[in-house]
Ligand binder design. Structure first.
Ligand code: SAM
Length: 281
């Protein structure tokens, strides 16, 4: 595994998650483009309802790598567990998640800064553990899964979510065709450590896998301006100085080299539902 993969490089986490605006900009550009695929937090809630023995009487739910708290808030609102705790390594995102929660008074949700390799809960404390789009930031995702197993109560449920290795491939093709990064299609996938193809196996090392669902999400970007908003937040490419993080300059460069056109792209989203090892017969 490459030590230079930006999603696995500890030195680049501040650039990725040091300001809530990058993640918000990325999510907004993607959500505006989305043409198919269920909202991921709703799917997580549905999976817990379908697979937990008593989804209407949940105790503690932990949302690992919670980012701005989108899934934590949906879990709190829809499943009404006794408490939801969102855990994330990035202080700026925790702050943003807390602000969002304040707009929903009375929800039993709190946010903690921490590392998902060391969960701040006693063994067997959690009825639900969610890890959405975050295990691919660990070079040791099996260690996180082992911690999840430790944290789950008997009968407790883990919902792990990730993307396919070649998600947004059409974006790579556009970046290469525009000459922004001629090697765009050769870079290692950002999701290499925990992706649609290995997530169930990673989970099965410590947990009992109950269900695996793959769902294709598709996106239609209006044109260069819209694509550039997303590209500006993508650390995958080797861009000329001044382009990364600069949607205006990226859009101008795309216009210079390619006629404006909509871009359709896809991402495979994979959900693994698993039970604590303690629940094994
Ligand atoms: C792509 S975001 C996903 C956010 C959210 N789960 C969602 O589905 O929108 C990945 C998150 O994982 C967090 N993260 C990365 N490494 C982490 C670690 N070792 N411990 C806790 N959180 C981590 C990042 O700070 C970031 O907020």
């Amino acid at each position: 595994m490459s030590g230079t993969n930006p999603f696995l490089d500890p030195a680049r986490q501040a650039e990725l998650y040091g300001h809530a605006s990058r993640l918000a900009g990325r999510s907004n550009a993607l959500m505006r483009a989305k043409i198919s695929g269920r909202p991921v937090p709703d799917t997580i809630v549905g999976l817990v309802r379908n697979h937990h023995e008593r989804p209407d009487r949940l105790g503690l739910a932990l949302d690992l790598g919670c980012g701005r708290g989108t899934s934590s808030l949906t879990v709190a609102q829809e499943l009404r567990p006794r408490r939801v705790v969102g855990l994330d390594a990035a202080p700026a995102l925790i702050e943003q998640a807390r602000k969002r929660a304040q707009r929903l008074p009375g929800l039993p949700v709190s946010f903690l800064q921490g590392d998902f390799h060391h969960l701040p809960v006693p063994a067997g404390a959690c009825d639900v553990v969610v890890a959405a789009f975050c295990l691919y930031h660990s070079t040791r995702p099996q260690a996180v899964v082992a911690e999840i197993d430790r944290a789950l109560a008997p009968g407790g449920l883990a919902v792990l979510v990730t993307k396919g290795l070649d998600s947004y491939r059409e974006m790579d093709q556009l970046v290469a065709a525009a000459g922004l990064d001629p090697r765009a299609e050769q870079h290692e996938s950002l999701y290499i450590s925990a992706h649609s193809g290995n997530l169930a196996d990673l989970a099965a090392v410590s947990l009992e896998v109950l269900a695996v669902e793959h769902e294709e999400h598709s996106f239609a970007f209006d044109g260069h301006e819209h694509v550039a908003e997303y590209l500006a937040t993508n650390p995958k490419y080797d861009l000329a100085p001044g382009l990364y993080g600069n949607a205006g300059a990226l859009a101008a460069t795309l216009h210079e080299f390619l006629p404006d056109r909509p871009l359709t792209t896809k991402s495979l989203v994979t959900f693994v539902v698993a039970q604590s090892g303690g629940g094994r017969s």
